[in-house]
Design a protein around this ligand. Structure first.
Ligand SMILES: [Zn+2]
Length: 258
């Protein structure tokens, strides 16, 4: 199984560090918004950075890329449809990020909605989905429509159930409070609340999640579920005839949920 460790950045970002399949001292990082904690992890572990994967253009995901490229010469990949720092090779849906130094390669999936060109990297039983899918939640719609975001979440939900999901932020506890407001009778959510509380109390990340778990607890992946639909309709005060309408209502509900 691929060995992946979190590097914490800012208040709640995760920079994921992937170890090479042949030599675990050769690593890649995903979404290095800040170079400093990456340099520290490399120095502490005697590691060599060979590759950088970026999911979208936001500074808390791409801000550390120029300094890391300059210092290490790592090859860097990012979304072909977004502005990226110099030296980042743009990739489109269906292309692959080849990381020969690590003996790994990842498929690129287009998952717009949070940003217009957001991509995910999928392979080796894992997916790096940036700010599109969070555990028990999803990203805000800064540059896309509800229809785009729902299609992107459907793309991710279609990955194999056992796929480990590496998201860009530690938002799980707050997301679960909202998920329970949407589905108060969902026992999978209640079980997960307990498990996450235990992990967080020990200072551990709640991530990675799995696609299988997200399909049971994440309201944004459950817009076709009758309980989620009726909950959204109660809040909207009207019938929501399509999954996109349900998604849009749940998303705007979350935007103001405290
Ligand atoms: Zn973002």
């Amino acid at each position: 199984m691929l060995e992946i460790q979190p590097i914490r950045a800012f208040s709640d970002n995760y920079i994921w560090m992937v170890r090479g399949a042949t030599d675990p001292r050769i690593v890649a990082v995903v979404d290095p918004g800040d170079a400093a904690p990456v340099f520290k992890s490399l120095a502490d572990g005697g590691l060599s950075l060979a590759a950088i994967l970026v999911t979208h253009h936001h500074a808390d995901h791409a801000g550390g890329v120029p300094a890391l490229i300059a210092a290490t010469g790592a090859r860097a990949f990012g979304p072909g449809r977004e502005r990226m720092p110099d030296g980042v090779q743009g990739l489109a849906h269906g292309e692959r990020a080849h990381l020969p130094e690590l003996g790994l390669e990842f498929d690129v999936l287009d998952i717009p909605g949070h940003t217009a060109g957001h991509i995910a990297y999928s392979g080796h039983g894992v997916v790096f989905c940036g700010d599109t899918l969070f555990s028990a939640g999803c990203g805000r719609l800064f540059e896309g429509t509800a229809g785009q975001m729902l299609a992107s979440l459907d793309t991710l939900a279609a990955l194999p159930d056992e796929t480990r999901v590496f998201c860009g932020h530690e938002y799980t506890e707050a997301n679960l409070r909202f998920a329970l407001a949407v589905e108060p009778a969902n026992s999978a959510i209640m079980d997960y609340v307990k498990r996450v509380a235990e992990l967080r109390a020990r200072g551990r990340p709640s991530l990675p999640s799995t696609i299988e778990l997200e399909k049971r607890v994440n309201p944004f992946l459950r817009c076709r579920n009758e309980d989620v639909k009726s909950s959204a309709e109660r809040r909207a005060g009207r019938t929501l005839p399509t999954p996109v309408a349900v998604f849009a209502e749940v998303r705007s509900w979350k935007d103001t949920f405290r």
